[in-house]
Ligand binder design. Structure first.
Ligand code: WTA
Length: 634
């Protein structure tokens, strides 16, 4: 049997899955031969999960942008590569063909080169959702520079941390950002961040809002001016399969966010393959993913996955509720969107605004709907299915992570069986297992456990930037011989997976990941008044999880609301608005074990409002504190 790049039925899926697990190297070798390589690989895979050390397509040479762009020029040169829909529906949208995008990427790549950026250099990108963001990402890849996109909702402090962690040489940004009714100073945030970064030599600024921004002589340059005198072609840098393609920072249960590292060959193979199959993209379709390119979903399924397949990818600058809650559907009708991929939090937010907004639009073009980022509750799933998909579009509930690089468990368009709130079956090549506390595999169906992977896949993370030990400890040490996801999952009677949620100290707010420690550190930075804090997630109707903070103050707060506002302000400064605590409760102590460990289980229960069964509290250092916290719960 042969590996097929595109699966066209569930029977085919089953055959391909079998092949991919019985002969993984053959399977991926054949899938990879659908791409353009400058030099073929000597060996498909070498791996061990102890160090860990994983290499795919060894010694092959390639450039991902040749596969995203050059490869399509002959047949699809005049096909639309990118449609850009602005924040304001009255502003003109932008359409770019493959030929145009190719030229823009080459020119921007030449600007980067002119400023001394080359293979292996790190470039931070902090930009609004405009075409120049996609172009900047691809321009880096063109010359082998490593992009590190930072979501432009993170604060100056968070941006500086990320720039410093990987010693970025350049920052690419814009003057300002329009996001819904908000106007956000983009360049201003970069200026603030760079006060504490020494590695950055150059800042390139794209014009978006035409606001008056400060330009530092010798450091800051306007992109449009720099583009005037560069060549229209830039050769694609030959990259080794295992050379770094990008770094993307994400939160874990401990310490600062870590830079997840993805490499060129494997990431390319899997991003393109998973896109083609999950979304069942056909040549004339228009595909839209509403994520921001600052997250992994945007990397793999706005930029790389679609372009690797010669697809037309739509990029949206705005938010789902601006100018009103019908905006997503208006954009779908306007551009004839065929595949639509969004997050449960957006669906819940729109659901709360009522059906009228969605019923005003025809949505005839839609064929496949997708969700990502957090578990989707059945109510939201049904609403999406009935009102958006008119009960004729399959929903692909795609489970994956920044670390996995691509979609791991999901339906394949309309071919797979669907069950609300279930991601379903693993993609070919993906070998999930459920583990028990001891790390033993749990066999059979109708079982629940810790979700782990027992075999590598091409787009898995290779390391965490500058700290391989951390990669090992976070993902490969909990259970020997497995990649541990941090999620709990259930396998139903038919073997379909349902993701239950994180089992570590990571909370998922509107599909954005935060470590509780990260938020606690920000709260504790108010050390004139705060002595300690503990943060937990609690169920939130729209966001999935809300942030609940228990804070011990040095003295009882005289004005609790004012202090709450101050605390929120520091979290916004340290991390960004997206990490604002929803509730802050002042307490005189925290439930701790005799060894000093905070019993988060108890705090989570109280935050959920479920205090009926707090379990055994007798081993606590100070059991009375629990009653006090219960009494003051918000
Ligand atoms: C959660 C986003 C349930 C999960 C691509 C995972 C999901 C974390 C789903 C990764 C889904 C993602 N159903 N939960 N379909 N997709 N998650 O790194 O807890 O931002 O570990 O990657 O989101 O978030 P990340």
């Amino acid at each position: 049997m042969e590996a097929k790049f595109r699966i066209n039925s569930f029977e085919e899926y089953e055959e391909q899955y079998k092949l991919s697990t019985e002969r993984p190297e053959d399977f991926w070798g054949q899938i990879a031969s659908n791409y353009q390589w400058q030099k073929p690989w000597d060996k498909t895979l070498e791996w061990e999960f102890d160090s860990p050390d994983v290499k795919w397509f060894l010694n092959a040479k390639l450039n991902i942008t040749e596969n995203c762009l050059d490869r399509h020029l002959e047949k699809r040169g005049n096909k639309l590569a990118l449609i850009w829909e602005p924040n304001d529906p009255k502003e003109r949208f932008v359409r770019m063909t493959y030929r145009e995008l190719h030229e823009e990427v080459c020119r921007t790549a030449n600007v980067l080169k002119k400023h001394g950026v080359g293979k292996g250099d790190r470039v931070a990108i902090y930009m609004p959702m405009i075409p120049e963001l996609t172009i900047a990402v691809l321009a880096c890849a063109r010359i082998g520079a490593v992009h590190s996109v930072v979501f432009a909702g993170f604060s100056a402090h968070a941006l500086a941390d990320r720039i410093n962690d990987s010693s970025c040489k350049m920052v690419i940004t814009a003057d300002g950002i329009y996001r819904g009714a908000k106007e956000i100073p983009c360049k201003g945030v970069v200026d603030e961040a760079l006060k504490s970064c020494t590695s950055v030599e150059t800042v390139l600024v794209t014009e978006r809002t035409r606001w008056n921004v400060q330009m530092k002589e010798g450091r800051d340059y306007w992109m449009h001016q720099e583009l005037l005198d560069v060549d229209r072609f830039c050769p694609a840098e030959p990259m080794d399969s295992e050379d770094m393609l990008f770094i993307l920072y994400t939160s874990g249960s401990t310490g600062k966010p870590k830079g997840v590292v993805h490499t060129c060959g494997g990431y390319m193979v899997y991003a393109g393959y998973s896109f083609a199959n999950v979304f069942q993209y056909d040549e004339s379709d228009v595909y839209w993913c509403t994520a921001d390119i600052g997250w992994i979903t945007g990397h793999s399924y706005i930029v790389y996955g679609p372009l690797l397949n010669g697809a037309t990818t739509l990029m949206f600058e705005g938010v789902p509720t601006y100018p009103d809650a019908g905006r997503f559907w208006q954009v779908c009708d306007k551009h004839g969107v065929n595949q639509f991929y969004t997050a449960p939090t957006a669906i819940r937010a729109l659901m709360a605004k009522g059906e009228d907004h969605v019923l005003s639009y025809g949505l005839y073009s839609l064929k496949v709907l997708g969700t990502v980022g957090e578990p989707i509750n059945e109510e939201a799933w049904e609403w999406y299915h009935i009102h958006v998909g008119k009960e004729k579009c399959p929903i692909v509930d795609t489970w994956w992570q920044t670390e996995t690089g691509g979609i791991m468990i999901s339906g394949l368009g309309g071919h797979s069986p669907m069950r609300p709130s279930h991601a379903g079956y693993p993609l070919p090549g993906i070998q999930p297992v459920l583990l028990d506390q001891e790390g033993k595999e749990i066999d059979g169906n109708d079982q629940e456990g810790y979700l782990a992977m027992r075999f590598p896949w091409p787009s898995m993370l290779r390391t965490t930037y500058g700290d391989h030990e951390r990669c090992k400890n976070t993902y490969f040490s909990h259970y020997n011989g497995y990649y541990f996801t941090g999620d709990g999952a259930r396998r139903d009677d038919k073997g379909m997976y349902r993701i239950i949620g994180r089992v570590d100290d990571v909370i998922n707010v509107s599909g954005h990941r935060f470590g509780t420690a990260e938020i606690e550190n920000a709260i504790n930075s108010n050390d004139h008044i705060v002595s300690e804090s503990a943060v937990v997630g609690y169920p939130h109707d729209i966001k999935g999880q809300g942030i609940y903070a228990y804070v011990i103050t040095k003295e009882p707060p005289t004005n609790p609301d004012k202090l709450r506002a101050e605390i929120v302000e520091t979290v916004v400064e340290e991390i960004g608005k997206i990490a604002k605590p929803d509730k802050i409760q002042f307490v005189s102590g925290l439930p701790k074990t005799r060894s000093g460990k905070i019993m988060r289980r108890i705090l989570r229960k109280i935050a959920e409002g479920d205090t009926s069964n707090l379990g055994d509290t007798s081993t606590l250092l100070d059991p009375d504190v629990v009653d006090e916290i219960k009494a003051g719960a918000l």
